[in-house]
Ligand binder design. Structure first.
Ligand code: ATP
Ligand code: MG
Length: 462
């Protein structure tokens, strides 16, 4: 017993006060990852690094996904070669990043990320002159370019399941933190002290939610515990980084589950301002739920998805509310809509930093919506030829499905889109008839909160 106890301590290394490592080498017969499951470029790069005398492993998400029988999104390599050394081995490579320097090696049309093992940062000695500050006042890491050993690199990763190294030569997995077992037990466990790790990089809280949903795993209780209290730290993350992580989350194929979990953990504040409020309105909640479900299905069926479309959906009920408000002072429909759009996008740019490159798509989808209500004259034909028709049309159908827009409008457009030229002409509603119909509809909907009633209230349609 005592011998066993001493052997336990001899085999385990305590690298930091809080993290215990024990290297387990997992042979091929236990993990079953075949070499031909590794992307050929990544395989080639790892082998060349090894031939040059360095150690090199496939690391992180790819090893994890292969163990879970999922298709990896990308194959990353970790090595003990410095970025400059990697750079000299591969002609088609360049060093990128400042906070976290790594090398992009291009092979055919594929780019493989090669990162040098990271080590622990020296602790900040505040007050001393000429010291480089490694963290901001909340504990967030400002840079991470101190190199270290493979073991130290494992500790600096986020979750145990993301800290597995696959050696393509020996076909062994190097596991310092029991990640292999956590994968089998479907347990998502952060490495080290959860609070310190979230303070270092608050984005890890979003990654926890995303990976748990994507991999169908449970957050370990200690990993989950500090999230509610530390959620406000996300406000200090540079908006571009937050945006990247939000995109990954929204396009993970499990966006609905992620958003529900974000909300349950109080992480949604500040990501999309007022998302909480939107989700509490029955119409907004239904619309966002449908939009997220639709995105998830498209991703699971390998269909293309557009961030512009999704952002337009997430913010649509914000627009409706602002539009109604502006219609009380600005009686004309379209100028009031443009005022609402400017107002909501300005808030977004400040908070989540939806990059301006998406504005054009988002605005077009929104400003085309009133045009679906005209089913007479030449306007429906012109709308059909708009390059953004398909996205705006899908958006309009979602509005119908959520109950915000009259279902008949959606049905009419579905038939119109599928009809031939002759039939389309015959479908057009006569002008007088359209106004009569609209008035009838407005009377029926006098109590509803949708835009039709906003127009009736203000008389803006006249
Ligand atoms: P996926 O690619 O499926 O989104 P991933 O885990 O591969 O998931 P990446 O962003 O590609 O995510 O990161 C690659 C690896 O880098 C991770 O597996 C993890 O080991 C490490 N990593 C990524 N982000 C962090 C972080 N914020 N803190 C610590 N380690 C991280
Ligand atoms: Mg990855």
């Amino acid at each position: 017993m005592i011998r066993k106890f001493f052997r336990y301590f001899l085999e385990q290394k305590v690298l930091t006060a809080e993290t215990v490592t024990k290297l387990q080498l997992i042979p091929h017969k236990k993990h079953n990852i075949a070499r031909d499951q590794i992307n050929s470029c990544a395989l080639k790069i790892a082998t060349e690094l090894q031939q040059a005398g360095y150690s090199a492993f496939i690391v992180g998400g790819a090893v994890r996904d292969l163990l879970l029988d999922l298709k990896p999104k990308d194959f990353d390599i970790a090595t003990n070669a410095t970025p400059e050394e990697v750079r000299t081995i591969f002609r088609r490579s360049r060093i990128i990043g400042r906070r976290f320097q790594l090398v992009h090696v291009t092979c055919g049309s594929v780019i493989v990320e090669v990162s040098t093992f990271r080590g622990p940062l020296p602790s900040d000695t505040s007050g001393a002159e000429n010291t480089i500050k490694h963290t901001d006042p909340h504990g967030r890491l400002l840079h991470d370019n101190v190199f270290g050993s493979q073991e130290e690199d494992a500790i600096r990763r986020d979750f145990t399941i993301n800290a597995l190294f696959y050696d393509p030569t020996s076909e062994k997995i190097f596991d310092f933190l029991n990640g292999f077992n956590d994968i089998k037990e479907k347990k998502l466990r952060i490495i080290g002290s959860p609070e310190r790790r979230y303070r270092e990089d608050p984005v890890r809280m979003l990654r926890a939610v995303r990976l748990a949903a994507k991999l169908n795993m449970q957050l370990d209780p200690a990993t989950a515990a500090p999230i509610g209290d530390l959620a406000p730290l996300l406000q200090n993350v540079p908006p571009a980084r937050l945006f990247d992580e939000m995109l990954k989350l929204l396009f993970s194929g499990h966006a609905l589950a992620c958003v529900i979990d974000l909300r349950a953990r109080g992480l949604h504040h500040g990501l999309l301002p007022m998302l909480d409020m939107i989700l509490e309105q029955p119409l907004g909640e239904r619309f966002i739920t449908l939009a997220l479900k639709n995105t998830d299905q498209r991703i699971q069926q390998n269909k293309p998805v557009s961030p512009g479309f999704l952002f337009a959906s997430l913010l649509w009920h914000e627009i409706l509310t602002a539009w109604k408000r502006h219609l009380t002072t600005e009686k004309k429909l379209m100028p009031a809509l443009h005022m609402a759009i400017d107002e909501i996008l300005t808030i977004q740019h400040k908070k989540l930093a939806i990059p301006r490159r998406f504005d054009v798509v988002i605005k077009e989808i929104w400003t085309m919506q009133p045009r679906f209500e005209t089913r007479s004259g030449t306007k429906p034909f012109r709308l059909l030829t708009n390059p953004r028709f398909r996205a705006a049309y899908d958006f309009m159908l979602l509005r119908c499905e959520s109950g915000e827009l009259d279902k008949n409008i959606g049905e009419w457009w579905k038939a119109f889109v599928n009809a031939d030229a002759e039939k389309r002409k015959a479908m057009l509603v006569k002008n007088g008839e359209q106004i009569k119909r609209r008035k009838r509809r407005n009377r029926r909907k006098a109590t509803s909160t949708d835009l039709t009633s906003a127009r009736t209230m203000t008389g803006a349609e006249k």
